[in-house]
Design a protein around this ligand. Structure first.
Ligand code: ADP
Ligand code: MG
Ligand code: MG
Length: 875
C-alpha cells in the first residue's frame, strides 16, 4: 500500500484525486507543480485515515516505515533534520478532507520543538523571541489537539500573565515573558495529563498524526457533515505534513488569507486580511485587528513587492481553478510562501455574479457555470438575509426548514401571534410542533420555531409554502407553556423577548440581528433563462392560495403541482361550518353545511385559476382525517357555545370528537376513504372546482383543472371516485353549457398503489407521487417523529441522508420506478409528477429526471432552485 504522496510528485489527478489526497493536499501539490513557493511536504492519504478509523484507531501496517522515508526525504530537501537540537526541522501537521470543512478538524503547528530544540532554534536564527513564541504556540496547540487540554485554560494562563505585566497584545510579550508563559503552560499540562509535556519529536509527530486522524470524528466535524449532507460513505481526512514557514519572525514576516473576488457580492476585487509578526489562526481568531490586503502596497517596497507577487499568483490560481479562489499565505522575513488554495465559499448573490463574470472572462462555459452553481443557494437571493457583518450570538440550532432571516418577539400560541401581528409587531411563533390549526399564526408570523418535527413536518412544509422562515426540530429548545418561557441552554426567554432565526442554516440567535434586503437582479434572470434551455422536466409549485401562486409564477413555475384544499377549511369563518358538517347527524344536515362551504371553496379556486391563467392546476380532494378539524376536548367553553349554535348537545359534540379520535390517524380514516364513505364531501369539492372553472373561463381565463384523489391503494377506489368526478363535472358543464378541459388522476403515496399502478392507470389520467407519505409508509417511519432518530441514523452511517429530504433511491425510488413503468404500460406517455418535499431537493433531481417524470413540484421559493437543479440533471 502507498500511504504518502510528496507534494506534486506522482499525485493522482482527475475527479477522484480529492478522495485520495483531500482538497488541501491536492492544492499544495498543484501549486508546487506550478512553481509557486510552497514549503516542501507530503500528504498521508484519506484512505489511510479510513483504514485507521475502521481498524479501531490503529495505524495501518507499513505506515510508520513509509513515514520515516518521507521525513528523510524532507530533511534532505531542506538540509535540516527533524529532532535536531541545533537546527531543528519544524513541521506543520494539517487536516484536509475530500470535501472542504473549514475549521472543523485540527492542525498542529511548530511540531518538533522541545526544551533543547527551542534553544537551538533561537541560536540558529538569532531570534530568541521568535523561537520561544513558536514553542509556546506549539505547547498550546499540541496540548489542545493531542493531549486533550482545554484551549480555554491556555487562554486563561496567557491572560493572567498579560495582566500581571500589564501587557496589551501578544506581540508585546518579551522573551522573558514567553519563557515564564512556557513554564506555566508546561505545569498546567503536567497537572492536567499527569505527565510532563512530551519532549521526543518522533512521539510528537506520531501522536500528532493520530490526533488529526481522530479529528475526523470530533463532534463539530460530525455535525458539519450531517448538516451539509456530506455522505457518511466517504470516510477520513488526509494529513499533510509539511515544513513550517514562520510569519512570527518580526515585522518583515506575517500571515494572511485572501479571496480573489468578493465572496459576499461576487464583485471582482481582491479581498484579503493579514497581520505582521503573526502565525496561523491569529488573523481569523480576532486576536488583533487585521490589516486589509490593499494596505500592503503602502507599507514600503518589501511589502509592496509581496503584494504584487500575490496578485500575480491569484491570477494564476484563478486560471487553474477557473473559479474564485480562497488562499492562505505566510511571509517569512520578506519571502512569500503559499499554504493553501481552494475554490472559495460564497453567498448566493456572489455565486451568480462570479459565474456570469467567469463566462465573460472566457474561463468557463455556460454549461460549466450552471453545473457548478448550488441550487439551494439560489433561495438566498430571494429572501432578506442577516447582515453578515452584524455581531450575533448563536444560542441554538435546529433544522433549516425554510430559508430567510426572521427577527421578532416570541409568542407561544397561534392566537397570540395573530393579535400581536395585528398590532403591528413582528412575531416569531414558538411551538412544540405545529398543527394545521396554527396556520393563521404562521401566516402572520415573521418566522416559526419548533422543538419537534422534521423537514417534512407540518411546520416545515407550510412555512416553505408560504415563504415563511422556519427552523424546526430544535431539540435544544424547551418550552414551558405554564409560565410562557422558552429555555435554550441557560438562557430563559419570556413571551415578548426578541429572537432571530436563520432558516437558511437553522441557527437561532439572541436578540435582534439586523437584516438586509437582497436584490433580485439581471444576473438571476440570466441564469434562470439558461437553466430553462437545458431542463427536460417542468417545474410546478405547491400552493393553495392566489398570492403563493403569483409568487411562484414570478419565480417561473409552470403550473400548480399540489393545491391542498384542507388549508382553506381552517380559516376563521369557515372552520365552524366545517365542524358542523363533520358533526352532522344526518345526510341532510351534512349536505346543508356542505352547501354553505361550497361558495368559499369556489371563490378560492377562482382566485387560484386566475393567478394560474393558462397553466394546469392540480387540486387534491380533502386528505386529512376529520378529527384534525375538530376542537380539543379541553376547549369546553367553545364547544358549549358552538354546540348550542348548531343545535346539538354538548354530550353529542364531545362524543363525536371522541369517536373520531384515532390512535394512528396517518394510517386511518383519511384521503380517498373519506370520499368513499362521505361522497357528498367530494361532490361538493368537485362542484366548487368545476363551477369556479366555468366562472373564470367565461372571463377569458384559460383554466386547466386537474382533480386528484389522495391516499388510495386500489383501482376500485379510483374507479369509484372517477365516476363521481365525471358525473358531477358533467352536471355542472351541462347546467352551464360550458365545456371545461379537466383531468382526473391520483396521488401515488402508498406502496400498494405502486405495485398495482397498472390497474389504477386504467382509470387515473395522471399520477403524482406524494413522496412524503410514500416515504413514511415505505420506511414505516412517521414523518413527524423521525427527527428524533434520523440524525443519529445518519451519523452512524445507517441512512446516507434524511429520506424525507432526499429521495431514497434504493427503496422508495424503486417503487416509483415500478409505478411509472406500470402506469405508462397502460396509458402510454401519461403525466407523472412528484409533489412531495423531495421534488424541490436538488440532490434528488438527477434521479427524478432518470425516472422520466414529467414535472417536479415544490414550494414557491424553491422553484428557482428546482429550475437550476433539473437543468443540471439534464446537462
Ligand atoms: P484549516 O483547515 O482549519 O484552515 P490549516 O491546516 O489550513 O487549518 O491550518 C491553519 C493555519 O495554520 C493556516 O491558515 C496557516 O496560517 C497555518 N499553517 C499551516 N501550515 C503551515 C506551515 N507549513 N507554515 C506556517 N503556517 C502554517
Ligand atoms: Mg486552512
Ligand atoms: Mg399524502
Amino acid at each position: 500500500d502507498k500511504y504518502c504522496y510528496y507534494f506534486g510528485e506522482g499525485n493522482p489527478s482527475g475527479p477522484g484525486a480529492k478522495l485520495v489526497l483531500g482538497g488541501k493536499g491536492i492544492s499544495l501539490g498543484v501549486m508546487t507543480n506550478m512553481g509557486l513557493p510552497v514549503p516542501p511536504g507530503f500528504t498521508i492519504s484519506c484512505p489511510t485515515c479510513q483504514a485507521y478509523i475502521l481498524s479501531g484507531n490503529k495505524w495501518p501496517k507499513g505506515l510508520e516505515e513509509e513515514l520515516d522515508t518521507y521525513i528523510a526525504r524532507l530533511e534532505k530537501d531542506l538540509g535540516k533534520s527533524f529532532g535536531s537540537t541545533e537546527d531543528p526541522l519544524l513541521l506543520s501537521v494539517r487536516s484536509g478532507a475530500a470535501v472542504s470543512m473549514p475549521g472543523m478538524m485540527d492542525t498542529v503547528l511548530n511540531l518538533g520543538l522541545n526544551d533543547a530544540a527551542v534553544a537551538g532554534l533561537a541560536k540558529k536564527t538569532g531570534n530568541e523571541r521568535f523561537a520561544f513564541d513558536a514553542y509556546r504556540r506549539f505547547i498550546q496547540m499540541y496540548g489542545d489537539v493531542v493531549l486533550g487540554c482545554e484551549h480555554h485554560d491556555f487562554e486563561k494562563i496567557l491572560n493572567a500573565l498579560k495582566a500581571k505585566y500589564s501587557i496589551k497584545g501578544d506581540t508585546d510579550m518579551t522573551v522573558e515573558h514567553l519563557k515564564e508563559l512556557i513554564i506555566s503552560y508546561k505545569e498546567y499540562v503536567a497537572k492536567k495529563t499527569g505527565a510532563p509535556f512530551p519532549q521526543d519529536p518522533k512521539t510528537q509527530l506520531a501522536t500528532g498524526i493520530s490526533a488529526v486522524f481522530d479529528s475526523w470524528n470530533n463532534p463539530r466535524a460530525i455535525s458539519y457533515r450531517r448538516i451539509n449532507k456530506i455522505s457518511a460513505e466517504v470516510i477520513g481526512t488526509g494529513v499533510t505534513v509539511m515544513a513550517m514557514c514562520f510569519g512570527n519572525m518580526g515585522e518583515t514576516s506575517g500571515t494572511g488569507v485572501a479571496f480573489t473576488r468578493n465572496a459576499s457580492t461576487g464583485i471582482k476585487e481582491i479581498y484579503g486580511e493579514f497581520l505582521t509578526n503573526a502565525q496561523g489562526e491569529d488573523v481569523v481568531a480576532g486576536i488583533r485587528t487585521p490589516l486589509q490586503f490593499s494596505q500592503m502596497t503602502t507599507m514600503g517596497p518589501m511589502w509592496a513587492g509581496i503584494s504584487a507577487q500575490l496578485v500575480k499568483i491569484m491570477e494564476t490560481l484563478e486560471g487553474y481553478y477557473k473559479d474564485m479562489v480562497d488562499l492562505e499565505f505566510t511571509i517569512e522575513e520578506g519571502k512569500l510562501w503559499m499554504l493553501q488554495a481552494r475554490a472559495g465559499k460564497r453567498t448566493g448573490a456572489a455565486m451568480i455574479q462570479i459565474a456570469l463574470d467567469l463566462i465573460k472572462e472566457g474561463l468557463i462555459t455556460k454549461e460549466e457555470a450552471l453545473l457548478r452553481m448550488d441550487p439551494a443557494k439560489l433561495s438566498e437571493v430571494l429572501f432578506p438575509m442577516f447582515d453578515k457583518k452584524a455581531a450575533k450570538t448563536v444560542i441554538g440550532k435546529g433544522l433549516n426548514a425554510s430559508p430567510g432571516a426572521a427577527v421578532g418577539q416570541i409568542v407561544f400560541h397561534s392566537d397570540a401571534c395573530c393579535e400581536w401581528a395585528a398590532a403591528g409587531k413582528k412575531v416569531i411563533l414558538v411551538r412544540e410542533e405545529t398543527t394545521p390549526e396554527d396556520i393563521e399564526g404562521m401566516v402572520t408570523a415573521a418566522g416559526v420555531l419548533t422543538v419537534r418535527g422534521g423537514l417534512s413536518s407540518h411546520a416545515a412544509v407550510v412555512a416553505r409554502g408560504m415563504g415563511r422562515t422556519a427552523v424546526v426540530g430544535a431539540g435544544c429548545c424547551h418550552i414551558n407553556m405554564d409560565n410562557k418561557t422558552l429555555t435554550i441552554g441557560d438562557r430563559v426567554y419570556q413571551e415578548g423577548d426578541y429572537l432571530s432565526i436563520d432558516g437558511g442554516n437553522g441557527e437561532i440567535y439572541d436578540g435582534q440581528v439586523p437584516t438586509v434586503d437582497v436584490e433580485f437582479g439581471e444576473g438571476f434572470n440570466q441564469i434562470m433563462a439558461w437553466a430553462d434551455e437545458y431542463r427536460t422536466m417542468k417545474i410546478r409549485t405547491n400552493a393553495d392560495n392566489p398570492a403563493d401562486c403569483a409568487a411562484a409564477r414570478r419565480f417561473g413555475c409552470e403550473g400548480v403541482g399540489l393545491c391542498r384544499t384542507e388549508h382553506m377549511f381552517f380559516e376563521k369563518e369557515r372552520i365552524g361550518v366545517v365542524r358542523e358538517m363533520i358533526l352532522a347527524e344526518s345526510f341532510e344536515v351534512r349536505s346543508e353545511a356542505l352547501s354553505r362551504l361550497l361558495p368559499f371553496q369556489q371563490s378560492d379556486f377562482e382566485g387560484i385559476f386566475r393567478a394560474m391563467d393558462g397553466l394546469p392546476v392540480n387540486i387534491r380532494l380533502l386528505d386529512p382525517p376529520l378529527h384534525e378539524f375538530l376542537p380539543h376536548l379541553e376547549e369546553v367553553d367553545y364547544i358549549k357555545t358552538h354546540a348550542k349554535q348548531i343545535g346539538i348537545t354538548y354530550e353529542k359534540y364531545v362524543s363525536t370528537i371522541r369517536s373520531l379520535h384515532e390512535s394512528n390517524p396517518m394510517l386511518g380514516f383519511r384521503g380517498v376513504r373519506l370520499g368513499v364513505l362521505y361522497p357528498e364531501i367530494s361532490e361538493m369539492q368537485v362542484r366548487a372546482i368545476m363551477q369556479a372553472a366555468v366562472v373564470v373561463q367565461t372571463e377569458g381565463v384559460v383554466c386547466l383543472p386537474e382533480i386528484m384523489i389522495p391516499v388510495l391503494f386500489s383501482d376500485k377506489e379510483m374507479a369509484r371516485l372517477k365516476e363521481l368526478v365525471t358525473r358531477i363535472a358533467k352536471e355542472v358543464m351541462d347546467a352551464e353549457g360550458v365545456v371545461v378541459k379537466f383531468k382526473c388522476g391520483t396521488m401515488i403515496e402508498l406502496p400498494r398503489a405502486c405495485l398495482v399502478a397498472d390497474q389504477i392507470a386504467e382509470h387515473a389520467e395522471y399520477f403524482s407521487f406524494g413522496t412524503n407519505d410514500l416515504t413514511q409508509t415505505t420506511f414505516g417511519i412517521s414523518r413527524d417523529d423521525g427527527s428524533k432518530f434520523i440524525p443519529a441514523y445518519q451519523e452512524n452511517g445507517i441512512l446516507p441522508t434524511d429520506p424525507f429530504a432526499t429521495i431514497d433511491q434504493d427503496g422508495v425510488g424503486q417503487l416509483m420506478k415500478l409505478a411509472v413503468e406500470k402506469g405508462r404500460s397502460v396509458r402510454p406517455g401519461m403525466s407523472v409528477g412528484i409533489c412531495g418535499e423531495q421534488g424541490g431537493d436538488p440532490d434528488s433531481a438527477v434521479f427524478l429526471c432518470k425516472l422520466g417524470l414529467s414535472y417536479v413540484s415544490c414550494s414557491p421559493f424553491r422553484v428557482p432552485g428546482a429550475r437550476l437543479a433539473t437543468a443540471q440533471a439534464a446537462i
